[in-house]
Design a protein. Sequence first.
Length: 330
Amino acid sequence: MQEIIEKIENAKNLDEIEKIRVELFGKKGVITAGFARLKDIPNEEKKAFAENLNIQRDTFNARILEKKEILEKEFIKSKMKSDGVDITLFNEPLSSGAIHPVMATMDKIIEYFVAQNFSVETGPLIEDDFHNFEALNLPKYHPARDMQDTFYLKDFRLLRTHTSPVQVRTMLKEKPPIRMIAPGSVFRRDLDLTHTPMFHQVEGLVVEDESKVSFANLKYILEDFLRYMFGDVKVRFRPSFFPFTEPSTEVDISCIFCGGKGCRVCKQTGWLEVLGSGVVDPNVFKAVGYKNVSGYAFGLGVERFAMLLHQIPDLRSLFEGDIRLLEQFK
Ligand code: DAH
């Protein structure tokens, strides 16, 4: 036994130790053969023989494992030396992606409205005149069409200029009551410091039986939503105009940068405009054949929300795909 233990101790590398292991425990190994012989041993010697064999097996096994571990470490060490690997060097951390701030903001907006029982609807990016304009009380030659510079296709279809056509599609597809949002990309012929030809909106529409919803419902949900997004802000409803709502209102929050005192971002007004909304114009219901209903609608720009939330000064940085911007949003 001592002889074998010494042999194990003196093994110089992993190959040698493996050879010893096979000699002992392989199919034709000494220990394996010992166990095979057990049945031929006279009964009175059997117990002592087996006990002895077990001890040998356990001892050799333990020694082999110990020695193997030592040899493995030595092997790795010598390999690293010969390969010239400096294990004290820091590894470059793997770079991983991040959710784009516009999409993260969109998700946060969607989360709020889904929790308020709104369904999430989608519509095509290539629209026709009826859904994008006509049904939204924007007849041909209506001056309000100039508010939105449209990309037209050769066949007079167009890239949707807002997510409002999804209101129309949903109303045509379903019956009231309706409680929906429509997130998505929209397109306008516009490019400057504060405009990109593609950007994102989230539209909202609620339709109920006549006199079941009013401006008060709109006011409540938008105030609650804006506080969910921006924290403890004041919310102000300012009269405005949209063809598809009457009355229409633009919604402002107290400036989150100066707390309403006036600063560069809010142009010293103390307020930031964040969305458009209003009570659905009867002409919109007429266009989709709805009678005896009431409703409210709203629409917001996701990039603007993202910029305010993360204090991103330049809209264009959201579209440059610069990994250094994304890395700040992990
Ligand atoms: N569609 C409008 C725009 O793109 C935003 C909007 C304003 C949507 C008021 C609405 C609304 O549904 O009620 O500027």
